[in-house]
Design a protein around this ligand. Structure first.
Ligand code: DX5
Ligand code: ZN
Length: 220
């Protein structure tokens, strides 16, 4: 079966205090730390890169759930492995031609391979990656257009989550964008088990309460 993974998005943290922000989230009950690696050719923003993952790894043993929003994810497999990434989730829109090689290299680097899809990408496009001989182990359904934290959750993306959960009972299904106390039940009942949450967790007076609420909803 699938287990809940609550993954605060460090994009909403105080980057000048990244190590203590990470420690605070883990202390508040986070399972994973979600790391948004963005390049301006894929999204209209520029965030963290490999050196930041490398620096953070020296301060924590936590699972670093890396979400690659770059046009050339293959170029980052080896650098991110060396830097200490745990999960490597690339976007299908960037990797239609070379995903088998990409997945194989992520796995042989000891990381967990995942694939993400933008809101406009049909879910059918990722079925071959889940059914491959060397499959992805996580599918990230974007519930906002990638690029920025603090956007509004798109409930219409739950059709994708429901279809995936029906087809693949033990797949890790992650949702990312606009998740918080008011949207978690929609996502959890559709079948998501990995929950990324940035502004709702970091903006809360008591992040531990939000993390625990997200977990309880997935466990229901
Ligand atoms: C958006 C990023 C998300 C973002 C989520 O492109 O992939 O991880 O940080 O932030 P919230 O939870 O604030 O929507
Ligand atoms: Zn993300």
């Amino acid at each position: 079966g699938v287990t809940p993974k609550i993954a605060p998005s460090m994009l909403s943290s105080d980057f000048a205090n990244l190590a203590s922000e990470a420690a605070r989230m883990l202390n508040d009950g986070a399972d994973w730390l979600h790391m948004d690696i963005m390049g301006r050719h894929f999204v209209p923003n520029l965030t963290i890169g490999v050196p930041v993952i490398q620096s953070l790894r020296k301060h924590t043993k936590a699972y670093l759930d890396c979400h690659l929003m770059v046009t050339n994810p293959l170029d980052y497999v080896e650098p991110l492995r060396k830097a200490g990434a745990s999960g490597f989730t690339f976007h299908i829109e960037t990797s239609k031609d070379n995903w088998p090689e990409l997945v194989q290299r992520i796995k042989s680097g000891g990381m967990m391979p995942g694939v993400a899809l933008r809101p406009g990408t049909p879910v059918e496009e990722i079925y071959p990656l889940v059914e491959a001989e060397n499959p992805v182990e996580l599918v990230l359904v974007m519930t906002v257009e990638p690029g920025f934290g603090g956007q509004k959750f798109m409930p219409e993306m739950m059709d994708k989550v429901r279809l995936l959960r029906q087809k693949y009972p033990s797949l890790n299904i992650e949702v990312d964008g606009g998740l918080g106390p008011s949207t978690i039940d929609t996502a959890a009942s559709a079948g998501a088990n990995c929950i990324v949450a940035g502004s709702s967790v970091f903006g809360a007076p008591e992040p531990a309460q939000v993390i625990s609420l997200l977990r309880k909803s997935v466990e229901k």
